[in-house]
Design a protein around this ligand. Structure first.
Ligand SMILES: [Zn+2]
Length: 331
């Protein structure tokens, strides 16, 4: 028969066989039952008590307040710890030293850390999980579920849920408290594999559409046709059109153009670019001779200028009074 012991055991002091329930199959191990010692004994002292055949009790492991653990029964032996044979036939039992005694029976952090480390190892090794239901149906059981006893004491009992969660989290690959992990490292015990969340597939960000600067004439065309192809450095189209007035000046500047340069573009070019019907204007004409039926506003429209400009250029006092044959300066 194999003598399976915990890698966390600092020593082995085997209990007298008549203090145990005898041999069992480790395949049936599926529970854990932490008890408190009625005193602050060392692990060795507690285990030695169980070598006395008249003691009538034993435990799989004894843990001292310093965190030292002594194996009292190999896992192939059912310990006699919990006043319940059925429980102990399948349970890993503990006697944990307490540092205060009644009424709270405080247990040291070091003892609890060792307990947690060993519970993780037991669950991994024997293939069970902790399930603390507060009843004997759970896999984390208490002495006082079976008989009227103060064991495991209010303090250790208050830790059962937390211990259960810590152990199961470790089994689930969520890691363990640093103090417990340190024990795994110290005793060179294999830790439960960490389940690292699968990295999200990296979808490469689309390369920002770089805006190729277009010609002044093309910008002028866009202004004319109410479009705007400008794309900013983040690849977004901030404007659907170039806008008017100060808005247009600001936008053109941001895109690397000057409004005055745009204005220098021959306005005749713009309708050409837009595909609009072009009314040819005698570009060289600087003077217009008034014909019958012409009005100053009509002449202004014909040459792409304004009535006001013509009035100013020609010192016209009354825009409604122009005469046939009159020479109108256009520039
Ligand atoms: Zn007990």
């Amino acid at each position: 028969m194999a003598n399976t012991k915990s890698p966390f055991a600092d020593a082995v002091i085997i209990a007298a066989s008549n203090n145990t329930h005898g041999a069992r199959s480790i395949k049936n191990i599926s529970k854990a039952t932490p008890h408190h010692m009625a005193g602050n004994m060392t692990a060795d002292a507690a285990a030695k008590l169980f070598t006395n055949a008249s003691r009538g009790a034993s435990a799989t492991n004894c843990i001292g307040s310093d965190g030292r653990m002594v194996q009292g029964c190999y896992y192939e032996t059912a310990p006699g710890t919990s006043s319940n044979r059925a429980n102990d036939l399948v349970s890993c039992t503990y006697e944990v030293a307490n540092i205060s005694g009644a009424p709270n029976w405080f247990v040291s952090d070091k003892a609890i850390e060792k307990l947690i480390a060993n519970l993780i190892w037991e669950c991994m090794t024997f293939g069970f999980r902790l399930n603390y239901t507060g009843t004997t149906l759970g896999t984390m059981t208490r002495h006082n579920m079976f008989i009227a006893t103060s064991c495991p004491g209010p303090y250790l009992q208050s830790k059962f849920l937390e211990i259960t969660k810590t152990v199961n989290d470790a089994l689930d690959g969520k890691g363990m408290p640093k103090t417990v992990e340190t024990l795994f490292d110290k005793y060179k015990v294999k830790k439960p594999a960490l389940k690292v969340a699968a990295p999200k597939p990296v979808t490469p960000a689309p390369a920002p559409t770089k805006w190729k600067k277009i010609s002044l004439a093309a910008v002028a065309k866009e202004i004319w046709t109410g479009k705007c192809s400008y794309v900013d450095s983040s690849g977004k189209k901030p404007w659907t059109y170039w806008g008017n007035g100060d808005t247009r000046i600001t936008r053109l500047k941001k895109a690397g153009y000057s409004d005055s340069d745009i204005k220098k573009i021959n306005t005749v070019e713009i309708p050409k670019l837009s595909g609009a019907k072009v009314t040819t204007t005698p570009a060289k004409a600087t003077v217009h001779t008034v014909k019958k039926g012409e009005t100053l506003s009509g002449i202004a429209a014909k040459y792409g200028t304004t009535t006001a400009k013509l009035i100013a250029l020609n010192y016209i006092k009354n825009a409604n009074l122009i005469t046939v044959g009159q020479k109108i300066k256009l520039k």
